[in-house]
Ligand binder design. Structure first.
Ligand SMILES: [Fe+2]
Length: 235
């Protein structure tokens, strides 16, 4: 059983890395984006990250059971809070003239709400896996985001510089946390069943980076989460 659990982390890590690769390959060519589309990507990224990253990392902290995972995630949270990463991101958005508007918030609303509901389940392995995917994506995405900001005349790159480096270390840490949590679990589950949170977050990031997704009808995904807007309309 121990061997089966140990061997689970590697295939899961491969699935996460493949998802990140696919997301990166799907990014629109910045040359083909209008200034408004460039602004929209920065603004939606800010709308999703600024107020939710620490909250979701805190959920991972609350969900995990092993000392090792707690220590790794606590280090991550301390750095976020101590170095004021939300403030860093806000300065980045202001300098790029891409502060999120109501339209930007609404473009990601449903997919963001789905991730929030998932995170509320406090599933240790799935949440840590989702955050490992998040950190991994963020690291890879930083040069693209910095390029969009530069195209909008911004010279502010503290956020993108810090996260291109820091998150490589964080991603590795989260995979160690994942392994610790899998070892702690009662049985080794199928890799595919662990990916729920990651898939929801991936759908959310697609709404961030693709102007056509962000402006089209909200993306539906494999969740039976109740939509509060639909309830209001039906009431
Ligand atoms: Fe951060």
């Amino acid at each position: 059983m121990a061997a089966a659990k140990r061997s689970l982390t590697a295939p899961v890590q491969e699935l996460v890395e493949r998802a990140i690769e696919e997301l990166m390959a799907s990014l629109p060519d910045p040359d083909q984006l209008s200034p408004e589309e460039q602004r929209g990507i920065i603004a939606r990224y800010t709308a999703v990250l600024e107020g939710n990253f620490i909250y979701w990392m805190t959920a991972a902290y609350l969900a995990v059971g092993s000392d090792e995972a707690h220590a790794i995630i606590e280090d991550n949270l301390r750095e976020e809070v101590r170095d004021n990463h939300p403030g860093m991101l806000r300065r980045f958005a202001i300098a790029a003239r891409a502060v999120p508007t109501e339209t930007d918030a609404l473009a990601v609303y449903r997919n963001l709400e789905a991730v929030r509901r998932f995170v509320g389940e406090l599933s240790a392995v799935k949440t840590v896996l989702m955050m490992a995917f998040f950190e991994g994506f963020i690291t890879r995405f930083m040069p693209y985001l910095a390029d969009l900001a530069a195209r909008r005349g911004s010279a502010e790159q503290e956020y993108t510089d810090v996260h291109g480096v820091v998150d490589v270390v964080h991603t590795e840490g989260l995979f160690r946390a994942l392994e610790a949590e899998i070892r702690l679990g009662p049985e080794a589950p199928e890799p595919a069943r662990l990916l729920t949170g990651m898939e929801m977050l991936r759908t959310l990031i697609e709404a961030v980076v693709h102007p056509h997704v962000a402006t089209a009808a909200p993306v539906e995904h494999a969740t039976d989460a109740v939509d509060p807007l639909v309830i209001q309309e039906a009431a």
